[in-house]
Design a protein around this ligand. Structure first.
Ligand code: 2NL
Length: 360
């Protein structure tokens, strides 16, 4: 029996010395596997006398059970230790602040375009769009702007190149969105109510001008449209856009080639404390140009001026965006001055607005 005792001691110490599940499995196979040492000894029982078999068999069974129990206990011990190690290693501090994720936001010009579009949509105006590169006919002739008009000259308009030997007049970058309205008249006829928001281009660059800016023009043509309708529509627009109960508009006689009569429109405001307030005060701020569509322009749009008439207006989107949101100057649009963006709720760039969440 001291043989079995030695065997027992040997396996128990190999089991407690097994450093990982693989080593432990090797010990199990060596002892209890099909070709294991204990299994081998059990096969020998057949050749023993019944008395020998009874004592040796019982002792081998006990040894096998003891080793099996020790194997299981060690396995559990190794698994517990592995889990403890992982728990110690892989801890997660759920109280850490999230990683800030930079988030973009809508540009004020886009937002204001959407606001303007929604207000005019409520009054039955649909949106028209058209090319930014226009023929000189759509940009000028159709709008009753004669060839000698200063707006056509090199210093105001961007002209496209023609191929060598092509002597047709060059195309231009549209200087207003009026050509979109000419096309809308041609496509839809009268009656018509449209606005045309979009990019326009003029060779101008100083404190208050940029070569590309945004404009929204609008027009309503029907049998009996008058300046009174123009005034009401613009008042409604200003009340809704500037979010005030009362606005007061002032119409000043003016001149545009494409309208007759023409009026520039100012809105009552105050600059009290250096802050612009719309709707009250002693100052006036010019916000748009307007008038009754010139008969020649109606004709260019394919509309019979003896049957139809209407108003048109145009305003700068960048400008009214600056007025509504108190944007101090044009550089804010171009030189990444995010201060006013944040201030007026157009949070952008480095402002964390969504937590980054936990690492995976
Ligand atoms: C301004 C002035 C204006 C229009 C634009 C227009 C368009 C057609 C026919 C007649 Cl198709 N008029 N547009 C009329 C008056 C003024 O814009 O100061 N814009 C920033």
């Amino acid at each position: 029996m001291s043989d079995l005792d030695t065997l027992r001691q040997s396996y128990l110490s190999r089991i407690s010395g097994a450093a990982d599940p693989d080593a432990l499995e090797q010990v199990r196979l060596a002892a209890l596997g099909k070709k294991g040492e204990i299994s081998g000894m059990m096969k020998e029982l057949g050749r023993m006398t019944p008395e020998e078999r009874q004592t040796t068999g019982a002792a081998l069974n006990r040894l096998r059970d003891e080793i099996d129990t020790a194997l299981r206990a060690r396995k559990q011990g190794l698994e517990d230790a592995a889990l403890d190690a992982r728990l110690k290693d892989e801890w997660l501090d759920v109280t850490l602040p999230g990683r800030p994720r930079p988030m973009g936001s809508i540009h004020p010009v886009s937002q204001v375009t959407e606001e303007v579009t929604a207000i005019f949509a409520d009054m039955g105006f649909s949106v028209a769009e058209g090319p930014q590169i226009e023929s000189d006919w759509y940009n000028f002739d159709a709008l009753n702007i004669p060839p000698e008009h200063p707006a056509r000259q090199e210093h105001d308009t961007f002209f496209m190149h023609r191929a060598e030997g092509d002597n047709r007049p060059p195309h231009v970058l549209r200087t207003h969105t009026s050509p979109v309205q000419i096309r809308a008249m041609q496509d839809q006829g009268a009656p018509i109510r449209v606005i045309a928001p979009g990019r326009v281009y003029r060779m101008d660059m100083d404190q208050t001008h940029t070569p590309m800016f945004h404009q929204v023009e609008g027009m309503a043509i029907d049998r009996n449209i008058s300046m009174a309708n123009l005034k009401w529509v613009l008042e409604e627009f200003c009340r809704a856009f500037f979010e005030v109960d009362k606005v007061e508009l002032r119409f000043r006689a003016s001149h545009f080639p494409f309208t007759e009569p023409s009026a520039e429109v100012d809105i009552r405001c105050s600059w009290e404390g250096g802050k612009l307030t719309i709707g009250k005060g002693d100052s006036w701020l010019e916000i748009l140009g307007s008038g009754m569509v010139h008969p020649k322009v109606l004709a260019a749009g394919g509309i019979d001026a003896s049957q139809w008439q209407g108003f048109a207006f145009g305003m700068g989107i960048d400008r009214i965006a600056m007025l509504k949101y108190g944007i101090p100057d044009l550089r804010a649009f171009f030189e990444s001055d995010l201060r006013w963006l944040r201030h007026y709720g157009f949070a952008a760039g480095d402002v964390p607005s969504v937590s980054g969440g936990l690492s995976r």
